[in-house]
Design a protein. Structure first.
Length: 290
């Protein structure tokens, strides 16, 4: 009986609180200072103004009541259709030859690689008209390569093919840089794992590397398309300006800027809108990025 009461008392007695596990105190990371010096906003504002003010001037100058009529003229339609068609073909060529170039630059190891990479990116800083002259002396009727094509009746300058070549010449480095950067960021870990599992180099390329860098390829393709669409100097020097054949939208803007300023403004706004869409698509945040 006494033992039963002692057990009941022991059962009813409040239990001492269990000792909490001692956890090491984790100090919250110190937030990184994001405040910028106030003086930094001044040159930033000047830079934005240098870009935005001219664009705003075009918007304010446009004759919006006749905007659609200005864009549906025969010359404007031909120029827009030619620009879109050749820019798409140029982008496809950039993908076809640019992705392998970027892979060689990012993963290749041989003497002279850095020099070749520098030469491949020269069109980024070369004046476009100089590029057009270089293409003319290479593929013209008496050019380095063109003179070998002439006996077969192949004439490249002042044709739609010349437009595509000029656009590809200036747009290719944009895709190469984008894809090469994506390859370097991706690293070789996954490709090495696939290789150790017995995958051939081609299979690794198609099943591992290219899907991994797909966002970089897409961004490069969009930038290449935008650059090809706005090409002017190389096209004029190498392909000329024949309506419906080689007169692209930038050339049409240049030719009508004095005789028909309203059309020039309307066509310029179309090019600006396409360029803005390209930049937004190319640099939109990816999943998992801020």
């Amino acid at each position: 009986m006494v033992q039963h009461e002692e057990r009941g008392a022991a059962a009813g007695a409040p239990r001492p609180p269990e000792t909490a596990a001692v956890r090491p105190s984790v100090r919250a990371p110190r937030p990184i200072a994001t405040d910028l010096p106030r003086w930094l906003w001044i040159p930033a504002a000047l830079g934005l103004a240098l870009i935005l003010v001219p664009l705003a001037a075009l918007v304010l100058r446009a004759e919006w009541g006749d905007f659609w009529h200005l864009l549906t003229g025969a010359a404007a339609r031909d120029a827009l259709a030619l620009s879109l068609r050749t820019a798409l073909v140029s982008t496809a060529l950039c993908l076809l030859i640019g992705v392998p170039m970027a892979a060689v630059f990012a993963r290749g190891r041989f003497p002279g690689l850095k020099a070749l990479r520098a030469l491949a990116l020269v069109p980024l800083v070369l004046p476009p008209v100089v590029g057009g002259i270089a293409l003319l002396y290479a593929f013209g009727r008496r050019g380095l390569v063109g003179q070998a094509l002439t006996p077969f009746g192949i004439q490249i300058p002042f044709t739609e093919v010349a437009v595509v070549m000029a656009q590809t010449f200036v747009a290719l480095p944009f895709l190469v840089m984008s894809v090469e950067g994506a390859l370097r960021s991706a690293g070789t870990r996954y490709a090495a794992v696939a290789a150790t599992l017995g995958a051939s180099p081609g299979r690794v390329l198609w099943r591992v590397t290219l899907p991994l860098i797909a966002p970089g390829i897409l961004s490069g393709a969009i930038l290449s398309f935008s650059r090809a669409l706005g090409e002017f100097g190389a096209t004029l020097a190498f392909a000329g300006s024949l309506q419906g054949v080689t007169r692209t939208l930038p050339l049409e803007v240049y030719l009508v800027r004095e005789s028909d300023s309203a059309s020039a403004v309307a066509l310029s706004l179309v090019l600006i809108a396409l360029a803005v869409c390209g930049v937004v698509l190319a640099y939109r945040p990816r999943r998992g990025q801020p």
